[in-house]
Design a protein around this ligand. Structure first.
Ligand code: SAM
Ligand code: SF4
Length: 334
C-alpha cells in the first residue's frame, strides 16, 4: 500500500499509541489528584488496538511507541505486545517500544524483551525518594528502582525522561547526568507542556526553560552537540566526561515541526495529527461501524494525514499559557 505522506511532504512512519488513560501515579504536572477516568467501554479494546496498529504498519509505520496513562497497568497488555511482535518478526515494523513510569517493570521487563522490545523510556523526575512521592503523589521510588534493575537485567536499553520542574528538580540535574552516565542510560530533559487542567497546580510556576537548564549543565559538564535527529522535538548532546547522551525536548522554545514524522492515537481511537492542535479524526467510529472491512479505516487514516498541520502554537512567552490544550497528556499519550 502507498505510504502515508502529509501535505508538507513528511512521511508518517511513527505512531504513538495511548493504550489507557489510567495510571497508578498522579504526577503533579500531568494529572489532578482526583482524576475522572473514561468509562471502560469508551476505550479501544485490545483487539481494536491490534487492528488499528496493524493497519498503520501496513501503511508504512515503522516505529510504534506504546504509552498512556501507564501502559503497563492495562489488563492484558502483554497479549497486545505479543501480537505486535509478529510485525517485528515480519520486518514490517522496525521498532516496538514504550514509555513507562517503571512501576510495573519488575514484573514485565523480561516479557517485553521476549516480545522484541529493545528500548524503554522510563520517566523519572527525581533521584530522591521523598521528593519522588511528592511529584508522583502515589508512586514509590524503590519500586521504580527495582523496575529499572529488571529492565537492565532483561537487556533493555534505557532512556530516562525527566520533566524540568522549576524549584523542584533543577537542583538535581548534575546528579542525573552522573547517575545515567554511570549506568549507560540516555537522559532526556523535557519542558512542561500546557496539557490538561491540573486543578490547583499552575503551569507557569512549573516551567523551567531548557535553554537555562543547558546553561546550568555547561557550568559543570562539557557538552558537544551531535547531529542526531529522530524526527521529533529532541536535540542531543554528548557529555565528554561520562560519554553519555543527553536529549532536550523543547517544544516551547524551539520549533521542531518541520521534520515531524509522527501522529498520536488516543486510548479512545482519536487520531491527533499534532500534539499541539485540536484537530482529530475519530477512527474508533469507523472501526466499530465496519468491523470486517479495513478499507474505510484506511481511507479515514489517509484523509486525516492529509489534514496534518504544519505545526503547533504553544507559547509561554507572554507570561500566559497560550495554545493550552484541554486534553491531558495521559489521554493523548505523552
Ligand atoms: N505513564 C508513562 C510515563 O510516565 O512515562 C507514560 C505516559 S506519560 C503521559 C509520558 C511522558 O509525558 C512522561 O515522561 C511524562 O513525564 C510526560 N508528561 C506528562 N505530562 C506532561 C506535561 N504536561 N508536560 C511535559 N511532559 C509531560
Ligand atoms: Fe501517570 Fe505518566 Fe502521567 Fe505520571 S506522567 S501521572 S506516570 S501518565
Amino acid at each position: 500500500m502507498p505510504q502515508l505522506i502529509d501535505p508538507f511532504a513528511r512521511a508518517i512512519t511513527y505512531l504513538r499509541v495511548s493504550v489507557t488513560d489510567r495510571c497508578d501515579f498522579r504526577c503533579v504536572y500531568c494529572m489532578a489528584e482526583h482524576m475522572e477516568f473514561l468509562p471502560k467501554k469508551e476505550l479501544l479494546t485490545l483487539e481494536e488496538l491490534d487492528r488499528l496498529c496493524t493497519t498503520f504498519v501496513e501503511l508504512g509505520v515503522q516505529k510504534l511507541r506504546i504509552t498512556g496513562g501507564e501502559p503497563l497497568v492495562r489488563k492484558g497488555i502483554m497479549g497486545f505486545f505479543r501480537g505486535m511482535s509478529r510485525h517485528l518478526e515480519s520486518g514490517a515494523l522496525k521498532e516496538l517500544t514504550l514509555t513507562t513510569n517503571g512501576s510495573q517493570l519488575a514484573r514485565y521487563a523480561q516479557d517485553l524483551a521476549d516480545c522484541g522490545v529493545r528500548r524503554v523510556n522510563i520517566s523519572l523526575d527525581t533521584l530522591q525518594s521523598e521528593k519522588f512521592r511528592k511529584i508522583t503523589r502515589w508512586g514509590r521510588f524503590e519500586q521504580v528502582m527495582k523496575g529499572i534493575d529488571a529492565a537492565v537485567a532483561a537487556g533493555l536499553d534505557i532512556k530516562i525522561n525527566a520533566v524540568a520542574l522549576k524549584g523542584v528538580n533543577c537542583d538535581e540535574i548534575h546528579d542525573f547526568v552522573e547517575w545515567c552516565g554511570a549506568r549507560g542510560f540516555d537522559l532526556t530533559f523535557i519542558e512542561v507542556m500546557p496539557m490538561g487542567d491540573l486543578g490547583e497546580e499552575d503551569r507557569l510556576d512549573q516551567y523551567y526553560s531548557l535553554r537555562a537548564l543547558r546553561r546550568d549543565l555547561e557550568a559543570r559538564w562539557t557538552l558537544a552537540d551531535t547531529p542526531e535527529r529522530t524526527g521529533g522535538p529532541a536535540r542531543y548532546v554528548r557529555v565528554a566526561e561520562t560519554g553519555g547522551r543527553i536529549g532536550f525536548i523543547t517544544p516551547l522554545t524551539h520549533n521542531f515541526c518541520e521534520s515531524c514524522n509522527r501522529v498520536r492515537l488516543t486510548c479512545t481511537g482519536q487520531l491527533f495529527m499534532c500534539l499541539g492542535q485540536e484537530d482529530e479524526a475519530d477512527l474508533r467510529k469507523v472501526l466499530r461501524e465496519r468491523p470486517d472491512d479495513d478499507r474505510p479505516l484506511v481511507d479515514a487514516i489517509r484523509a486525516a494525514i492529509a489534514r496534518k498541520p504544519k505545526g503547533h502554537d504553544f507559547d509561554y512567552s507572554r507570561q500566559a499559557v497560550l495554545g493550552q490544550m484541554s486534553r491531558h497528556m495521559s489521554h493523548t499519550g505523552g
